[in-house]
Design a protein around this ligand. Structure first.
Ligand SMILES: [Zn+2]
Length: 125
């Protein structure tokens, strides 16, 4: 395969403006657009800079996409929460780590428990 892929943001689906040689990827698509990484686009990064980003993940893949970290498969949903609200809501040993790195990988069940998203069954229905 020759030519270049136009990289699309995994999180929002927007064109990132980045192109990469198709020969570098084992992606089967007839088109020129592809998700090449989990790196957020400039627009998503700007939104993420406003607070703490919670990336929703599952323990098992829901799509053929690779892990974002070992054992964590991103669903594509991310939630930017206010730092003070995050500190108030989360009682966890790793809060300081999350505050330092500005993001966390959060299981779907916890996302639903926090009220950030309706249960999947309700969304799918
Ligand atoms: Zn984006």
């Amino acid at each position: 395969m020759t030519g270049v892929f136009k990289a699309v943001c995994f999180w929002c689906g927007e064109d990132t403006g980045i192109t990469m040689p198709k020969e570098n990827y084992d992606i089967k698509t007839d088109g020129d657009e592809a998700i090449l990484s989990y790196v957020p686009c400039a627009g998503c990064q700007t939104k993420m800079n406003a607070g703490i980003t919670l990336f929703e993940v599952t323990a098992q893949p829901e799509t053929p996409r690779p892990e974002i970290m070992p054992g964590f498969f991103p669903t594509g949903y991310l939630f930017v929460v206010d730092e003070a609200a995050f500190i108030a809501a989360i009682k966890h040993d790793h809060v300081d780590t999350v505050l330092a790195q500005r993001y966390a990988f959060v299981p779907t069940e916890v996302i639903e428990m926090l009220g950030l998203r309706k249960k999947k069954e309700e969304n799918d229905g």
